[in-house]
Ligand binder design. Structure first.
Ligand SMILES: [Zn+2]
Length: 501
């Protein structure tokens, strides 16, 4: 089995002087990268992993022109000589299909590498040709390359649109599916249901169809630690998006039009999908009728003047919205004593709110309370235990046992890492977010809180506002003051004295 470049230093001791080999494409349509760009990518990989480049073999030759063949052979022979000289540890080539077109060339490079203990790197993986498994894998690649050379010309004729017309998937891979590509050519083979995330998509449709709310589904997924194709928890936005995507019925949609059956399996049947749309749309309509949901602080922000007059125990008077001299404004309809232009008020409140959400004070506010503290502590313990496991596993790979082999194989480590790292990240998130209401997860203490806020609907923003801050608008000290004077807008956050939930 090949090794990923980032694990090489764990399995082998350096240094890793490297020879780069670029080869001109034989494709009539020049589909492949130019030799210069192949070499550039290889150089970047070497820089990234600290492998010194000790030789570059990159003559750009059009192989069909026979007068260049001598030059080509010279360059290839020079590569073989360099391998034989024993100065290099790795031969890196851009891509197998460029490298192996001639089985004869492949066999010679392979033999030279095997004889001199040189590792062989292509398609982003490293093969050790002293191992039987790796020899077999690379030999298969070579044979496929031979077959493929025949087919290239035919395949190149098919453009993106022609592929789409056959019902093949195009564009980004939707959540819940998996695309399989030919490792040799990078071409799409098919789009199938993803073993885990396909189930998530099915479950979203099933539960929403059964009458559950999107937010309930999001919260439950989060509790179960389910993540989307980007490795992040499913957000409300994401679930909404899934529920309205007709792709999941197995139909192809181009520019909003149904253009026939796709070549991928349906994750939801048509009747269910249609019922879901009906429910979704009726919910949207209901939301639009609720005028209070149009603006950030309508019926949420309070009147400071009434608060002062009625005392802190009284039910607060909330602000209404109205058009005042052509500008949308907030106004207290109880006393008509406070008003402010909406744009100005909202900007001030949003700025303060986002700054607070990103601050440590926000995380601390939700961490108080015995239950939250216990959950934080246990999430931290779990995180530490998992991290320790990872450290020990990494050490085991670097430690050679009495039989001369590492205590843990690099492959076993890679597998362990792929399972442990998400668990550690989840435990880390739990330790930070224990006690934080689901609505606010990902917002509290987040670096990109502004961006997340941008993605929220006005209804969601109002929910956040209600949950974390009491906003009070006080009367201006004198008429005609344009700037927001200190104390004009009071904001009392969760955990601060006087906050009312
Ligand atoms: Zn008032």
């Amino acid at each position: 089995m090949p090794i990923q470049p980032e694990y090489l230093h764990l399995a082998y001791t350096g240094p890793f002087p490297t020879l780069l080999y670029g080869r001109a494409s034989r494709d009539p349509k020049k589909r492949g990268r130019s030799v210069a760009s192949q070499i550039k990518v290889l150089r970047e990989m070497c820089d990234r992993h600290g492998w010194p480049v000790v030789g570059v073999f990159d003559k750009d030759i059009n192989r069909s022109a026979s007068r260049h063949r001598t030059r080509e052979r010279d360059d290839f022979e020079a590569l073989i000589d360099a391998i034989e000289s024993g100065k290099a540890r790795i031969v890196a080539a851009f891509e197998a299909s460029r490298y192996y077109r001639d089985i004869e060339i492949y066999i010679r490079i392979r033999n030279a590498c095997a004889r001199n203990g040189v590792l062989f790197c292509y398609n982003g993986a490293i093969y050790d040709l002293s191992k039987r498994e790796d020899r077999r894998a690379t030999a298969q690649d070579a044979l496929q390359a031979e077959d493929e050379a025949e087919g290239i010309q035919v395949r190149n004729m098919r453009t993106h649109n022609e592929l789409a017309a056959t019902g093949a998937p195009v564009g980004r891979c939707p959540e819940g599916y998996l695309r399989r590509y030919d490792p040799e050519t990078g071409e799409l083979i098919d789009q199938i249901e993803h073993p885990q995330r396909g189930k998530n998509v099915r479950e979203i449709f099933r539960r929403y169809d059964a009458g559950e709310g999107m937010l309930d589904i999001v919260r439950d997924f989060e509790k179960r630690g389910l993540v989307n194709q980007h490795g992040k928890p499913y957000g409300l936005y994401h679930v909404t998006h899934i529920l309205q995507n007709r792709t999941y019925t197995g139909r192809r949609i181009r520019h909003g039009q149904d253009v026939g059956k796709g070549q991928w399996p349906a994750l939801v049947d048509e009747p269910t999908f249609n019922r879901v749309q009906k429910r979704r749309l009726s919910r949207d309509k209901r939301k639009n009728r609720d005028t209070s949901a149009k603006y950030l602080a309508t019926m949420i922000a309070e009147c400071g003047k009434c608060h002062a007059a009625n005392g802190p125990e009284a039910e607060p008077e909330v602000l209404h919205s109205l058009l005042n001299r052509g500008l949308m404004s907030y106004l207290c309809r109880a006393c008509f004593g406070v008003t402010m232009e909406m744009r100005k008020f909202d900007a001030y409140v949003e700025t303060g709110l986002l700054r607070w959400l990103a601050s440590p004070a926000a995380a601390a506010a939700f961490r108080s309370g015995t239950e939250a503290e216990e959950r934080t502590a246990s999430a931290r313990r779990l995180r530490d235990v998992l991290q320790q496991q990872l450290v020990e596993a990494r050490e085991a790979v670097a430690t050679v046992g009495p039989d001369g082999r590492p205590l843990l194989s690099v492959l076993a480590l890679a597998d362990l890492e792929s399972r442990l790292i998400p668990q550690i990240e989840r435990a880390q998130r739990d330790s930070e977010e224990a006690g934080v209401p689901p609505l606010l997860r990902g917002l509290v203490g987040a670096d990109d809180v502004d961006e997340r806020w941008e993605q929220m609907s006005i209804g969601q923003r109002r929910d956040v506002l209600r949950a974390v801050v009491n906003v009070r608008l006080n009367p201006a000290r004198s008429r005609g003051v344009r700037a927001i004077e200190p104390g004009r807008i009071e904001m009392i956050y969760v955990g601060q004295p006087g906050f009312r939930g």
